[in-house]
Design a protein around this ligand. Structure first.
Ligand code: GLN
Length: 191
């Protein structure tokens, strides 16, 4: 069975751990480089990307996380997606630069501070709609090389598969739909 790590510095990592366990994975919380080295894939949760970035630097995890992502799958949700992008806007901030995409933070404005929507026409298979919880979400402004958009909302990509990695601008761990976590777990088992 694949072991999935959840970066547990800040944000809603506990909900991700529960969702991954429901998808059949062995889950461990990751706070150190040694813990990171022992997992087959990693989820970077939602939360506050600036705080998470500072904690990554403080705990000496920035370089190990980047190395990890060059070899193994990472799934970033919301703040986690921001931390993976090559280009961060509003304001610009450093990131792991593992995925060729541009993201604009808090880009839906107050209108989408927190909202649950049904995504139609997604490419996940199974029942038609996908429930998506958005919380101060970024907008993906550009998807570069290797990115396949699996779901969009108001015309912007919200779930993108990059082959090894995946990103969502919403919070799949807060809904009941297991398909997204299952997709990530399957990828680790296939690797
Ligand atoms: N607004 C947060 C940021 O820019 C992300 C919000 C979230 O992860 N739900 O870091």
């Amino acid at each position: 069975m694949a072991t999935v790590g959840v970066l547990a510095l800040q944000g809603d990592y506990e909900a991700h751990a529960a969702a991954l366990a429901r998808a059949g994975a062995a889950v461990v919380e990751v706070r150190t480089a040694a813990e990171l080295a022992a997992v087959d894939g990693l989820v970077i949760p939602g939360g506050e990307s600036t705080s998470m970035l500072k904690l990554m630097e403080y705990y000496g995890l920035f370089a190990p996380l980047r190395e990890f992502g060059l070899a193994k799958p990472v799934f970033g949700t919301c703040a986690g997606a921001i931390l993976l992008a090559t280009e961060v806007l509003n304001p610009a901030q450093p990131s792991l630069e593992l995925l060729d995409m541009a993201v604009e933070r808090n880009a839906y404005g107050r209108q989408l501070d927190s909202r649950v929507v049904q995504l139609t026409g997604h490419a996940l298979g199974g029942e038609p709609d996908l429930e998506a919880v958005f919380i101060r979400a970024p907008i993906i402004r550009r998807v570069g090389q290797g990115g396949t958009v699996l779901a969009s909302y108001l015309g912007d990509p919200v779930l993108v598969d990059f082959g090894r990695h995946m990103v969502a601008t919403f919070h799949p761990e807060l809904g009941q739909d297991p398909r997204i976590h299952a997709r990530f777990v399957q990828r680790l088992e296939a690797a």
